[in-house]
Design a protein around this ligand. Structure first.
Ligand SMILES: Nc1ncnc2c1ncn2[C@@H]1O[C@H](COP(=O)(O)OP(=O)(O)OP(=O)(O)O)[C@@H](O)[C@H]1O
Length: 958
């Protein structure tokens, strides 16, 4: 200390120096004590006496509590300086960030930052109002005077991760802008201060909030419900003065009185157990001021507007309910930030009296994809309006143009307490509108600055907190301070977005136009100025203020010309806007406008009717054409059916004759070849046979016997089918199986396309095939439709229904491109055999080997036999092209019948043994007596006759 004294003494000298020395003593002493304390503390931490977290907490406690969530890390705790600071962090996802940014933007230290960036972020409140903003140098003068011009203001702000020091109320604040480390990129403002407690930070936040609100007090914030059930800030609008709304006398006053009374009556409602909600239903013609009135009332009551558009594509019961139950209160205990947002839980320390404008960050952090399905139900809407969880303390305005379409449940008292009808403009309204529209020298133009109601004061608490703080313009709060104005309107957005230039703007425009500009030639003496040309005179953008008498006269003239309740106020406003610089013209031409509007209305009506008529005619014609086509199709099908029936009948008769002839022939040859008679039966397939006992097989007789059995007994086949596995396939698979390209060398023989259909309504089968399968897919193929007809259906059914239906389908496909189609309806005698659905018969295989041979494998030969017969007789199939793998005795008949074409193989699985796999194969040679006789008895058509061979009544060949 003496050394220090000796150093300082010469500098300060004498008695004056002693006080300085004392001060320095104090500093050195304080520094020593603090250093000792820190060293001790660090030792405590590093010694591991307690875990770091606990230590950090202890440090936090020992250094005082923080107001806002402060991630006081261990590093902070052991670091040199941060341990002395109280630090508050403000995320851009929360409103205080905006308040503070606005406040900071007004601080000279902030503006003097040597490292700064610029932004034109106009959506955030601070950017609109920041003092350190600048515009285009050249335009600066004009900015004030050009209403409606979109001003692009550029705002200075210090860059990220730089620290700034600002002096505030006797404290140095260390302020740093940074980003969150959680990957969100969210901006964070950190304010640190050396202080004994957090009150200085509290005061700072409150002041920033007040200033922010003072900026926002002349505006209304508009929020829209988004698809996540949250409120999304959409816009901030100037308040609309109540005086600019022209409604029949008393309506506005009543509504305003009612809303004000409601807002004051929370206790009254609570005492009586009535939900503290009030609903207003504004209904009537479009453009009559419903949305405008809501806007004006919101401004008057200092409330924000939350809009739910029921026609949104995404809206669902859940979303609506979520939106309606969000806290959107202006209550001072609420942040105004809808609860349940991303930043839920972050802001329980904030207090607010007005909702603030969310920053771009909040919009940036949008969640999942939007759904685009409107699933809102009436019950969902009713529930949202006054369900158990429905929000209280809100005014709900619903607007509609079609009252009659509303469900009575929706509009009943309790949900919609006050109904107001909006009509087209009366003469009285027309006059008032005219008066409102044009400025008068006597009346000041309607102000839209939304001056706060007198008497609104700061709350006591806030006053106490803010004692001594200089607040530029005190914000206004609603008297009740706890309500929100809601608009349930499909049209609010559109109507509010097209607000006309406000009277304020008009007046400022007027003042600009009336500004005295330097007049060239004003001092001319020799020549008088030429008169202003008419088109120049008429190009003025705003009218000169009129004196009261003239305005009254013009307004009356205008109103006289406007018919009672024929035009909407919006329409009148549109007309007046056209003449906004010329009130005389507006009044004079009103009658003319009415006439032209009427004419246009008539014209539009006529056009509309014409359009509707044409549309109706077109629809009728389309309907009629469709019906005709359907009728035609039905007739065609009916004709075809008739034709087929007739053909079938003829065939049956022929068959009968042939049967009789065959029977006679069989009787004749009974002794020599009893088999023949049996073979005849093959012509008319009947339910499959019971396989003959093995021992009967080798005899020539069993061939016929087996065939006979095929016709007489179907039950055994059914059992067999039941046992055999079936492959279930989807329709598409089936279709693709049908349409898969032919394989191998099949130019001569054609390729086979086989399908077995079970348990399917025949009509739908063909419809399905017709729609799914392209005709060309069948080109060059031999198609076999092997259709099992189930249950009670019998052969006759198969013939009369299935065959014609198939034929009709085949006709539609276009037989030209198809080599041949065989339809083999067969009868199966059970109802329950197959489960419903499409099935591909896995037991049947039609395949073609690499050598071009077609192999058909099937367990029921009688049908196969017929296929074989027809194939062999109708196609120039090369010898040995077709072989049949048949596992029962009837294969013989196929083999025999095919014999003149090829050396057919019959494999009798029953007789095959492991030792000799070929044991079951008999070779039936051409020229066999048995074969010849069978062939004769079947009267099979020769290959040359294939185009019109109808020998088998169960085979329909195209
Ligand atoms: N009664 C009125 N007083 C003042 N201006 C009105 C009135 N009615 C309509 N307007 C003007 O007409 C325009 C449309 O009005 P607004 O959107 O409020 O009508 P709306 O009844 O809500 O129509 P919609 O039912 O089609 O939504 C606004 O620009 C508004 O200024």
């Amino acid at each position: 200390m003496d050394a220090l004294k000796s150093l300082v003494q010469p500098l300060v000298g004498g008695a004056a120096g002693s006080s300085v020395i004392d001060g320095m003593k104090l500093v050195v002493l304080g520094g020593t004590v603090e250093t000792a304390r820190r060293v001790t503390f660090r030792q405590l931490l590093t010694s591991g006496v307690c875990p770091p977290r606990v230590q950090a907490r202890r440090i936090q406690r020992s250094y005082g509590t923080v107001v806002y969530p402060i991630p006081l890390s261990l590093e902070d705790a052991v670091g040199a300086a941060p341990a002395f600071f109280l630090t508050a962090h403000f995320s851009e996802e929360d409103y205080p960030y905006d308040w503070l940014m606005l406040w900071l933007s007004r601080q000279p230290e902030w503006q003097r930052s040597r490292e700064f960036e610029t932004t034109t972020r106009s959506s955030s409140g601070f950017a609109r109002t920041a003092d350190n903003s600048f515009g285009d140098e050249e335009d600066e003068d004009d900015e004030e005077d050009e209403p409606g011009r979109v001003k692009t203001r550029v705002v200075f702000q210090p860059t990220f991760d730089t620290t700034h020091t600002i002096f505030y109320r006797g404290h140095w604040l260390r302020i740093r802008r940074g980003r969150k480390n959680d990957g969100s990129g969210c901006e964070v403002l950190s304010i640190s201060v050396v202080a004994r407690n957090n009150s200085i930070l509290k005061q700072l936040v409150l002041q920033a909030k007040r200033e922010y609100e003072a900026e926002a007090v002349h505006r209304i914030q508009i929020y829209f419900a988004d698809s996540h059930g949250s409120w999304r800030w959409t816009d901030s609008r100037h308040k609309r003065p109540m005086g600019s709304i022209v409604l029949n006398p008393g309506v506005k006053e009543m509504l305003l009185g009612d809303t004000r009374d409601f807002l004051k009556s929370e206790q009254w409602y609570a005492d009586r157990g009535i939900p503290f909600r009030r609903g207003y239903l504004l209904h009537g013609v479009p453009g009559s001021g419903k949305s405008s009135l809501i806007h004006a009332i919101a401004g008057e009551l200092m409330l924000d507007i939350y809009v739910v558009s029921l026609s949104s594509s995404w809206i669902s019961d859940k979303d609506l309910d979520a939106a309606f139950t969000r806290s959107v209160s202006r209550d001072k205990n609420s942040s105004g930030n809808p609860e349940g947002n991303n930043n839920e839980g972050d802001n329980d320390q904030t207090n607010t009296t007005t909702p603030a404008v969310p920053s771009t960050g909040r919009r940036r952090h949008q969640r999942d994809q939007l759904s685009d399905v409107n699933t809102l139900s009436l019950s969902g809407l009713l529930n949202a309006l006054d369900g158990v969880a429905a929000a209280e303390g809100r005014l709900l305005f619903a607007t509609t143009n079609h009252l009659e379409r509303l469900d009575p449940a929706l509009s009943r008292p309790g949900r919609m307490d006050v109904w107001i009808e909006f009509k087209n403009a009366s003469k009285w309204q027309a006059e008032a509108l005219f008066r409102n529209f044009f400025p008068s020298v006597e009346e000041p133009a309607a102000s839209c600055d939304g001056a706060p109601p007198p008497g609104s004061t700061l709350s006591d608490m806030d006053e106490a907190e803010l004692e001594g703080i200089n607040i530029p313009s005190p914000p206004q709060t609603p008297s009740s301070g706890s309500s929100t104005l809601w608009s349930l309107s499909p049209s609010f957005a559109s109507s509010t977005s097209s607000l006309p230039p406000s009277p304020k703007n008009n007046s400022s425009a007027t003042s600009k136009s009336s500004k005295v500009l330097p007049q060239f030639g004003a001092n001319n003496q020799a020549y008088l100025p030429p008169p202003v040309e008419e088109h120049i005179a008429s190009s003025q953008h705003s009218a000169k203020p009129l004196d009261g008498a003239k305005l009254a006269l013009l307004a009356k003239k205008f109103a006289d010309a406007i018919p009672e309740e024929e035009f909407s106020v919006a329409a009148l406003q549109g007309y007046l806007l056209k003449h906004k610089s010329n009130p005389d013209k507006a009044a004079d031409e009103a009658a003319e406008w009415v006439v032209s509007e009427r004419e246009m209305k008539v014209r539009l009506q006529v056009e509309k009717e014409k359009r509707e008529k044409e549309e109706k005619e077109r629809k009728d014609k389309k309907k009629k054409d469709k019906e005709d086509e359907k009728k035609k199709q039905l007739e065609l099908e009916k004709e075809e059916l008739e034709k087929l029936k007739k053909e079938l009948k003829e065939r049956e008769e022929k068959d009968k004759e042939r049967e009789q002839a065959a029977a006679a022939a069989a009787a004749e040859t009974e002794v020599q070849a009893p088999v023949m008679e049996e073979a005849i039966v093959i012509e008319v397939p009947t339910p499959p046979p019971e396989p003959e006992p093995e021992e009967q097989e080798p005899e020539p007789e069993p061939v016929a016997a087996a065939v006979e059995d095929t016709n007489s007994d179907s039950d055994s086949d059914n059992e067999e089918e039941d046992v055999l596995p079936e492959l279930v396939v989807q329709t598409d698979e089936l279709v693709s199986a049908w349409t898969s390209p032919p394989t191998g060398n099949n130019r001569e023989s054609g390729s086979w396309t086989g399908m077995r259909v079970t348990s399917c309504e025949i009509g739908s089968l063909f419809t399905c095939l017709g729609s799914k399968v392209c005709c060309s897919d069948f080109a060059g193929r031999i198609i076999v439709l092997d259709i099992d007809v189930h249950g009670a259906a019998r052969r006759s059914h198969a013939r009369s229904i299935v065959a014609p239906a198939a034929l009709a389908w085949i006709n539609r496909l276009g037989s030209a491109i198809i080599q041949s189609v065989f339809v083999i309806p067969c009868v199966i005698d059970t109802d329950t055999m197959s489960p419903p659905g499409w099935r591909l018969d896995s037991r049947r295989r039609v395949s073609q080997g690499s050598d071009g041979r077609i192999t058909i494998q099937k367990h029921k030969t009688y049908r196969l036999t017929h296929i074989a017969i027809n194939v062999l007789n109708h196609f120039p199939v090369a010898k040995a092209d077709i072989s049949f793998l048949i596992n029962d005795h009837n294969s013989t008949s196929a083999a025999i019948l095919a014999k003149d074409k090829t050396s057919c193989t019959r494999r009798d699985t029953d007789r095959r043994t492991t030792d000799n796999p070929d044991a079951g194969f008999d070779r039936v040679r051409s020229g066999d007596d048995a074969f010849t006789k069978q062939k004769q008895s079947l009267s099979l058509p020769s290959p040359s006759q294939h185009s019109n061979s109808n020998s088998d009544p169960n085979l329909i060949q195209i």
